[in-house]
Design a protein around this ligand. Structure first.
Ligand SMILES: [Zn+2]
Length: 106
């Protein structure tokens, strides 16, 4: 588990696009977040952004929101890191979009 790296990834991404926030919104919609605290932080991310979180909230969300079931570090097939935009689908099969497409074609 690389918490520091993940923090960076959450921040970086949210400055350029909304894919992380969209992902969190999907986690809430599909009821993949468990526990009041984690759900509350998820809602805060959706409404106010990653930057609104305290260091503590950020860490709690990573430890209990993303891990261990809602984060895939890298594609099982090609080893590239999974973009937030592809994360929800990757949770099911651990593949990036490109590999899933290739594997499904066979
Ligand atoms: Zn891949």
């Amino acid at each position: 588990m690389q918490i520091e790296e993940l923090k960076l990834r959450m921040h970086e991404q949210s400055e350029h696009d909304s894919s992380f926030v969209d992902f969190v919104e999907d986690l809430l919609k599909t009821e993949r977040l468990d526990g009041k605290a984690v759900m509350g932080i998820g809602k805060k991310i959706v409404s106010d952004g990653v930057k609104s979180l305290s260091a503590n909230q950020l860490e709690t969300f990573i430890k209990y929101g993303l891990y261990p079931y809602n984060y895939i570090e890298e594609c099982e097939n090609c080893g590239s890191s999974i973009p937030w935009a592809e994360m929800l689908f990757a949770l099911d099969d651990s593949y990036c979009d490109e590999c899933r497409y290739k594997l499904e074609k066979k």
